[in-house]
Design a protein around this ligand. Structure first.
Ligand SMILES: Nc1ncnc2c1ncn2[C@@H]1O[C@H](COP(=O)(O)OP(=O)(O)OP(=O)(O)O)[C@@H](O)[C@H]1O
Ligand SMILES: [Mg+2]
Length: 263
């Protein structure tokens, strides 16, 4: 995957460029039931490739907020995982740029508690994360109180993460992600575990990031939130982009499709 610096003179109108992205997983099938039915002893195993993303291409200009929707298993998290460099694609190219044509600073919120150290306290995790993102000690000292205040975690911030509930992990993860000055923010679903008040607060902050010109790509099954927040919607279906356009058009088509499937 090439995410290196582009020629400084080259134009880079896009924050995210995805070209012919394919991801195949090797899925191990255990034929326990079949073996039993056939009276065979033990389990047989075979490995089959599964294409989670199939030659996906799109671009997202700087400052756009895009929602990714689609049924369970359609490839949404796989796509964000590749953009976040958690998965290596089977083939294809991803470029992530900031407006100065340098490698973009990413903030990701893909899985609750992912990347955290559960034996460390909330505060220690903030410092660890900020240092990993390349922030200086001075920057970390300046940002930490903002992160703690936004999370509203109170004294919990001084306790180890292993005892935390999901909502608390979301509060910490979201607060860190949005206060570390990212160019691009990737969010997969996790907002759903926040209580109503915290979700509202997250959406207000997302609006302020939008106003600052950040690029946001988020996965959600909450179509009302998508309608409220997104400027554009990608509908993924079986590893391909089935539709890409303005929220109203894509959501209408997706709702009609879902009603047909459910009915
Ligand atoms: N590590 C893996 N190994 C094998 N198959 C995988 C792996 N990760 C994902 N898959 C498969 O790839 C497909 C796409 O999964 P993905 O998690 O991207 O879907 P999704 O659109 O995020 O679904 P959901 O709405 O349920 O979160 C699924 O069929 C899933 O089982
Ligand atoms: Mg997912």
């Amino acid at each position: 995957m090439d995410t290196g610096n582009m020629n400084a003179n080259a134009p880079c109108p896009y924050a995210i460029e995805v070209e012919n992205l394919t991801k195949r997983f090797r899925v191990r099938h255990m034929e326990t039931l079949k073996s039993t039915l056939l009276g065979l002893r033990g389990r047989r195993e075979h490995v089959e490739p599964f294409t989670a993303l199939d030659n996906v291409s799109f671009t997202i200009p700087h400052g756009q907020t895009v929602a990714v929707i689609g049924r369970n298993g359609s490839g949404k998290s796989t796509l964000l995982g590749i953009l976040a460099r958690i998965y290596v694609p089977t083939s294809g190219i991803v470029h992530l740029w900031n407006t100065r044509c340098q490698r973009a600073r990413l903030a990701t919120l893909l899985e609750l508690g992912a990347g955290f150290h559960h034996e460390l306290t909330g505060l220690e995790n903030i410092q660890f994360f900020a240092a990993m993102l390349g922030m200086s000690e001075k920057e970390i000292d300046a940002r930490t109180p903002q992160i703690v205040a936004f999370s509203e975690l109170g004294d919990k911030i001084d306790t180890q993460l292993r005892t935390w509930n999901d909502g608390a992990k979301l509060r910490l993860g979201f607060s860190i992600a949005v206060h570390t000055d990212p160019d691009i923010l990737l969010i997969d679903e996790v907002l759903a575990v926040g209580d109503e008040a915290f979700q509202q607060k997250c959406y207000r902050l997302i609006a302020s990031l939008q106003a600052q010109g950040k690029t946001i790509l988020f996965v959600s099954h909450d179509l009302l939130a998508v309608e409220r927040v997104a400027e554009r919607v990608l509908w993924m279906h079986r590893g391909v982009i089935r539709m890409d356009g303005d929220p109203r058009t894509v959501l209408d088509a997706y709702r009609a499709f879902s009603a047909e499937q459910g009915g």
